[in-house]
Design a protein around this ligand. Structure first.
Ligand code: FMN
Length: 182
């Protein structure tokens, strides 16, 4: 796939089945996440890869968080199954140093770039994915269970796998509506 095609046809896809990226392909994906613009070279990100039993474990943690929030049985069960919507989930975690001369917003953007590159590196190698957050990206119980430090936050969960069916082409916003030439 040409780089320009990847960018212009970029899309998310949520019907994800086995196989998940593995071996050198997964290594490329994780490496791509480390090749993003990074003001000051702070490397303000890290990744946690979940697959197989780890997805079940993550679901349990989601369910505990939902229970803490007073969710009913149906919602707890739904939370438990969320990470099982793909054969792999990569949590992208930003490590924000508020005291650094590089603004916190720039550090968060760099981690966001890592998340996007992870998704795109998967697509470039024949896989598909979707970036998700939701309440379980911000829940204190999840942060505690995933052992995030006080200055870390979850930027997203990148769900990855093989497309179950055809990936539909998207209609696009016309760039001319968003550009002015000074
Ligand atoms: C920071 C961030 C968080 C997101 N969280 C969710 C989410 O929790 N659930 C969801 O369905 N889509 C979420 N999305 C949007 C999807 O990743 C996706 O971009 C959207 O469905 C539009 O599809 P497209 O990427 O094909 O244009 C999020 C996107 C970003 C950038």
């Amino acid at each position: 796939m040409q780089a320009i095609e990847l960018l212009l046809k970029r899309t998310s896809y949520n019907q994800l089945v086995e196989p998940a990226p593995n071996g050198d392909v997964l290594a490329n994906i994780l490496q791509a996440g480390c090749c993003v613009p990074d003001h000051g070279g702070l490397t303000p990100w890290r990744f946690i890869v979940f697959k197989a039993q780890a997805l079940v474990d993550l679901g349990e943690i989601y369910a505990e968080a939902a229970e803490q929030d007073g969710a009913d049985c149906e919602k707890i069960e739904k939370a438990k199954n969320m990470p099982l919507r793909a054969p792999m989930v990569i949590a992208v975690i930003a490590n924000i140093d508020e005291n650094n001369k590089i603004p916190a917003s720039e550090q968060l953007i760099a981690a966001g770039c890592a998340a996007h590159s992870i998704q795109m590196a998967a697509v470039a190698q024949g896989f598909q994915g979707i970036w998700r957050t939701g309440v379980f990206a911000y829940h204190p119980h999840i942060k505690q269970q995933l052992k995030l430090t006080a200055q870390e936050q979850i930027v997203g969960y990148i769900y990855l796998g093989t497309a179950k069916g055809d990936v539909p082409a998207k209609s696009r916003k016309n760039y001319q509506n968003f550009v002015q030439y000074w």
